[in-house]
Design a protein around this ligand. Structure first.
Ligand SMILES: [Zn+2]
Length: 453
């Protein structure tokens, strides 16, 4: 309850500031045109819906999105592949439904926050004197979902008519793996019937003026290794104790980790291009009422690792390394994967979206961003996982892009914020991209060759 007053005040304050510094106005005099204050206010409303795990308020978010869709005359449907986890699908029909469609994708859920570490309540969407809009989800990724809608609002106001149909999907559960959201969506008849040619999904903020863009991502391999050995007196030196065997593995894993990290430090490789390994748990010892038995070497020792494998890596050689060096049977060791995402597709190719002339969507994106006054960095491999992986595994081109330049990377961090002007600029960028994609007429816009085009 104590949030009510500050939230009310900040909302009005921010409106005053916005009215005074309106930076973009939708063109035309249509009823769809909006002032910057209205645009930012709609973003705030979405951010104020608490969709944090472990109990995201998905229905409230879905209702809000459907009402937004209605206000700009988009078709909408809400699909529950899993009860309580709605996916909102919106459509702007194109005049050429024979052409593959465009999917503008975002997720509605956000990660939890430690509220006492925040300057402003993470669901107040407070705007400070610099125009920074503080909210969980302001970067990851309610910004993008709303920017798609605002870009479409502006395009509609300008009288633009797409040739290709444009779909917007607002999906649940990305932050907990996406199995009940994107995972179910890609297996469904819904997606097949949409005939998607290209999907856009989230990227990351860029601290400098150049936008970041992602064409693939590393696959999580969550590895557990376990050593067993004869137990013994804590004072005795002997071979093949469980902890000694595990320590040998840790040394070997650590040196591999350093070799990968060194390449980043030397500037030879980007974060997404190396194989990262981090120990996430360590389990050993014989419990006693006061802690652990100190004069007994235990018979089992186990450790867990979060490994991220880049698409260009050779998964077979990594598996060999694990079996021969990190958990060799010769040292009484076993291993298993808690999660092991594929690195290659069914034909053995790396799961990436092409960023050369063979993929027309890439060139269109580059041009559209440039035309809207944005600059792009070299395309990268996303260091963590996003829902794009489900679509890329199908062979669909997917590009990760969140238009956030001059912005610190604060996803999942305390005090996540996005500057109001950066947000508004992003709408112009999407307007340009959607225009280019929706009017693209050449064939080759889909993974299948569509000779009839
Ligand atoms: Zn995200």
């Amino acid at each position: 309850m104590e949030f009510d007053v500050p939230k009310f005040l900040s909302f009005h304050l921010s409106l005053l500031i916005l009215v005074a510094s309106t930076s973009i106005e939708a063109s035309g005099s249509s009823s769809l045109s909006s002032s910057a204050a209205e645009i930012v206010s709609r973003f705030q409303q979405y951010l104020q819906i608490n969709t944090a795990h472990p109990s995201p308020n998905y229905y409230e978010a879905a209702d809000f999105l459907v009402s937004q869709a209605e206000s700009i005359s988009l078709e909408s449907q809400t699909i529950e592949f899993v009860k309580g986890k709605p996916l909102v699908l919106l459509k702007w029909p194109g005049t050429r439904p024979d052409l593959p469609a465009i999917l503008l994708y975002s997720h509605t859920d956000v990660v939890p926050s430690e509220i006492d570490k925040w300057k402003h309540d993470p669901f107040s969407a407070h705007i400070d004197q610099h125009g920074h809009l503080y909210a969980r989800g302001s970067q990851d990724m309610k910004c993008v979902g709303m920017q798609y809608l605002e870009a479409i609002r502006r395009l509609k106001a300008s009288g633009f008519q797409p040739l290709r149909s444009i779909y917007l999907a607002f999906s649940p559960d990305e932050e907990i793996g996406g199995h009940d959201g994107a995972g179910k969506f890609v297996e469904s008849e819904f997606l097949k019937n949409l005939n998607i040619g290209i999907m856009l999904d989230e990227g990351l903020a860029s601290p400098d003026e150049n936008y970041r863009v992602f064409y693939g991502e590393r696959s999580p391999w969550w590895l557990a290794i376990k050593a067993t050995g004869a137990p013994g007196h804590g004072a005795k030196l002997y071979d093949n104790s469980a902890t000694e065997n595990l320590l040998k593995s840790l040394e070997s894993i650590r040196s591999f980790r350093s070799s990968q990290f060194d390449m980043i430090k030397a500037g030879l490789k980007a974060e997404g291009d190396v194989c990262s390994v981090n120990m996430v748990y360590l389990k050993a010892g014989t419990p006693s009422p006061t802690g652990f038995v100190m004069n007994l070497q235990p018979s089992e020792a186990e450790a867990g690792f979060d490994i991220r494998v880049p698409p260009i890596a050779d998964p077979e050689s990594l598996e060999r390394r694990i079996a021969e060096e990190w958990a060799p049977a010769s040292r009484n060791m076993t291993f298993w994967f808690v999660e092991k995402a594929p690195v290659r597709d069914e034909s053995g190719n790396p799961i990436i979206t092409k960023t050369d002339s063979s993929n027309p969507w890439w060139g269109l994106l580059e041009d559209a961003i440039r035309k809207a006054g944005g600059k792009l960095k070299k395309p990268e491999i996303f260091p963590a996982a996003t829902d794009s992986r489900y679509f890329r595994r199908l062979g669909l081109p997917a590009i990760g892009f969140s238009p956030m330049a001059n912005t610190p990377i604060l996803l999942h961090d305390h005090n996540e914020f996005l500057n109001r002007d950066v947000y508004l600029k992003g709408i112009e960028i999407y307007e340009s991209i959607i225009k280019a994609y929706a009017t693209y007429l050449e064939k080759g816009g889909n993974r299948e060759s569509r000779d009839e085009l």
